[in-house]
Design a protein. Sequence first.
Length: 254
Amino acid sequence: MNMNARHALVTGGGQGIGAAIAQELVVRGLNVTVLGRRLEVVQALAAYAPARMLAVSADVTDPAQVAEAVAQAERHFGPVEVLVNNAGQAQTSSLLKMNLELWDQMLSVNLTGTLVCIQAVLPGMVSRGWGRVVNVASTAGQVGYVYASAYCAAKHGVLGLTKALALEMARKGVTVNAVCPGYTETDLVRESIERVIAKTGRSVDAARAEFVKSNPQGCLVQPQQVADAVAWLCGDRSSAVTGQSISVAGGEVM
C-alpha cells in the first residue's frame, strides 16, 4: 500500500511500539517525523531511512514545544496528514499508596499529551478535508488492572476522547481511532518483569508467565502486530472506520 508520500507524525517514536509504527509507515510509502523527549533516541531511529524520516524533540505535555516540533516537521515534509499518538508512560501503585504526583503524571503524559498533539495538527487536517488520528491506548483503557488505577484512568480517558472527537470529525474527512495493545514485547514490559523478579524472587520464566497468562494466544503481543493495525487505520481503505478502539491483545478483550 503506497500512501503517496503523505506526512505522518509519530510521538514516542524512538523505540518499542512507536519505532515499529514509524518504520512500518515508511515501508508503506509515508514520510515520517518521529517525536520524542530524547533527541538522540529518535535520531538513531531516523537513521533507518534518513531521506524519509525526521527526528524532532518535544515534551508532549508542553504545547509550545509541540507547536515548534510540528512547525519544524512541516517545514521539512509539508503538512502533517497522519498523527499517531504513541507517547505514554506506565507506573503502578495501589490506590491506597498512590500519591497525587503519580496520578497527575499518568494523566498528563497519557491523556493531556494526546490532546496537545491533536490540537497542534487537527486544524490543518480539517482545512484540507483529510486526516488520520490514531491514538495508541491500551487494553488498560478497556478493562481494569490491579495496581494501575491511574494508568487505567488515563487510557480510559484516551478512548473517551477518541470517540468524542470522531463524532466531531465525522463529516470533515478526518477519522479518529484507537489501538489497544495488550502486554507487548517492549522494554517497558521487560522492565516490569525485572521488577517482579526483584520483588518476588521468581525465575524469569515464572515472572514472564504472569504477563502472558491474560493472553488467550499464550504469548506477548509483538510491536509489529500493533504497527500493522495502526498502519491500516492510517490509509484510505479504513475511511469508514472511526471512533473505534481496536484490541491487539490475542483475544484478551472481546
